[in-house]
Every structure is written in structure tokens, then in C-alpha cells.
Write a protein that binds this ligand. Structure first.
Ligand code: PAF
Length: 286
């Protein structure tokens, strides 16, 4: 099935080739797990792979840097691409097939359908990246149709994306269980992200204040404190630490992402901030 240079695991470059493999597995009664990624894999991705492996007989991982989810001034061109290194890690983690399609395979000439998810996309990332979630929803709908997994694992690091995918799967009757994977963090608490590779050593030191601010505010919120003053203090703390801008620091309902004044129900504290030219996001359960 491998259609290009040898990699240490089977690689499908086309939807047809992926479908044939999946069809054979299904015919053999095997349960299929899926982890979609954009590559530049780190321990956070690999923890999602382990979760998929624990829930399925066969695991597919996709690597596709999806152009439609990047805004015109965003980092699509410089997003890290390291397929051979990623493939070696996936092989070591027992992944059965890497699905690595080209842009032309995913979006052939004439492709003109976009999936948009309402409500849960209105705020936060949706406000600062207005075209992002349509790109994510469209590619995730396509990937789920192509792989047709029994279970797919999405990281809580992109918490709003996880809610978007859950909504999409419910609304379009896609027969896949969506399982959330906990955020994996560096020793100082920074959430693992492929974009951390952009950070200079100075910016990396500043970035460590992001989880500290989240943890401090979440601890207070859990005691019933008002969100507004904690959010103001948290933003000021991030700017003092060296962040150039805080796009949002927000307490939201964990299901709907509606803003909350207090953590009087299951809630999430979410942040997006810029250090140097790098945009970091993180969130924590409250
Ligand atoms: O989280 C990601 O890496 C991407 O948004 C996803 C889900 C693979 C869609 O391109």
C-alpha cells in the first residue's frame, strides 16, 4: 500500500488506498481507532495514540497540515513538517497505518463544500480566528468519513475544537465515539504543542507563566471566587511576565462555552496569548 519512499510503517497517500485497508479490517471484524494530527508529533500526540490503541484493534493516524484551517496571515507555510521522524515515532507506538494525503487528494479541484458548526464556535478562538473552525470541521468530517473509525481521540489542549468535533459528530450522525485526551505538559507545566518549536529560549521561559496563571486562577475559582477580578489579575500577570498580548482569558461553561461569572457549574478556564510572534492557547478544568 505504501506509495512513496519507504517509511517504517504502512502509509496511505490516497483515500482509495486507505479505504481498502479499512475495509479489510472491517471485514475481519476489527475495531478501528483514529488520531488525526497535523504532524510535528510530541508526547501529547503519542498519548492520544496510546488511548486509541487501548480502545481498538487497529489504529490509523493521519498527518495532514490542513490549509483551510489557517487564516491568511497565519503560519501554514512555516508549520513544522517532519514526516520521516513522525513516522518513526508512530511505528514505535504500534500504529498500523499512517494516512498522509496531499492537499490535492483532500481538496481536489472543484471541492466546494464547507462544514460550519454554530454556537460553540462563536467566541474565543472563533472570535480571533474567524475561518478556523470551518476549516477544522470540514477536514474532520472528511477524515471521519474516510477512516470511518469506531473511536477517535482528540486532545483537550484544543478544548474548543474538541467541543466542535463532538457537536459535528452528533449533528451529522457520524458513527464514531469521540474520546477526549488529557493535555500533556512539560515539567514546568507548559502544554505540549507543535507550535512550542517556534519559541526562542527567552519566549519559552515567558511561556511557563501561562499554566501558572491558569492554575492560580482555577484554584481561586474552585473556592467560589468571582471570575472578573481573577481574569483581570491573570491578564496583568501574563503581560508582566512578558507576553505581548492576551487575546482572551475567559471562564466558560464546559459544554456550551457560554461566559460565566463564577464556576457554579462544570467550567473551563481558557486562554490565548502571544509571546513574541507565537500564539499559545491553553485551558484547564475548573
Ligand atoms: O488538532 C489538530 O491537529 C487539527 O486541528 C486536526 C484535528 C488534525 C484537524 O486538522
Amino acid at each position: 500500500m505504501s506509495e512513496t519512499a519507504p517509511l517504517p510503517l504502512p502509509v496511505a497517500r490516497s483515500v482509495a488506498s486507505l479505504r481498502q485497508t479499512v475495509k479489510d479490517w472491517r471485514a475481519a471484524g476489527l475495531r478501528i481507532g483514529f488520531v488525526p494530527t497535523m504532524g510535528a508529533l510530541h508526547a501529547g500526540h503519542l498519548s492520544l495514540v496510546e488511548m486509541a490503541r487501548a480502545r481498538a484493534d487497529r489504529v490509523v493516524v493521519s498527518i495532514f497540515v490542513n490549509p483551510t484551517q489557517f487564516g491568511p496571515s497565519e503560519d501554514f507555510g512555516k508549520y513544522p513538517r517532519q514526516e520521516a521522524a513522525d513516522a518513526a515515532r508512530l511505528a514505535a507506538f504500534g500504529v498500523d497505518v499512517l494516512f498522509a494525503p496531499t492537499v490535492a487528494e483532500m481538496y481536489p479541484a472543484g471541492a466546494s463544500t464547507t462544514v460550519t458548526v454554530g454556537l460553540v464556535t462563536d467566541r474565543l478562538e472563533g472570535e480571533f480566528r474567524p475561518t478556523h473552525f470551518a476549516g477544522v470541521a470540514t477536514v474532520v468530517a472528511k477524515l471521519l468519513n474516510q477512516v470511518r473509525p469506531d473511536v477517535a481521540v482528540f486532545g483537550e489542549k484544543d478544548y474548543q475544537q474538541l467541543l466542535v468535533v463532538r457537536r459535528l459528530v452528533r449533528d451529522l450522525d457520524i458513527d464514531t465515539d469521540i474520546v477526549p485526551g488529557p493535555t500533556v505538559r512539560e515539567a514546568d507545566g507548559l502544554a505540549m504543542s507543535s507550535r512550542n518549536a517556534y519559541l526562542s529560549s527567552e519566549d519559552r521561559a515567558i511561556a511557563a507563566s501561562l499554566p501558572s496563571v491558569l492554575n492560580f486562577a482555577a484554584t481561586q475559582l474552585r473556592t467560589g471566587a468571582d471570575a472578573a477580578p481573577l481574569i483581570e489579575a491573570g491578564k496583568a500577570e501574563l503581560l508582566k511576565a512578558g507576553f505581548g498580548a492576551v487575546q482572551y482569558l475567559d471562564l466558560a461553561d464546559a459544554e456550551t462555552l457560554a461566559p460565566l461569572a463564577k464556576a457554579d457549574r462544570p467550567a473551563r478556564l481558557l486562554v490565548a496569548a502571544l509571546v513574541g510572534r507565537t500564539r499559545l492557547i491553553d485551558n484547564i478544568a475548573v
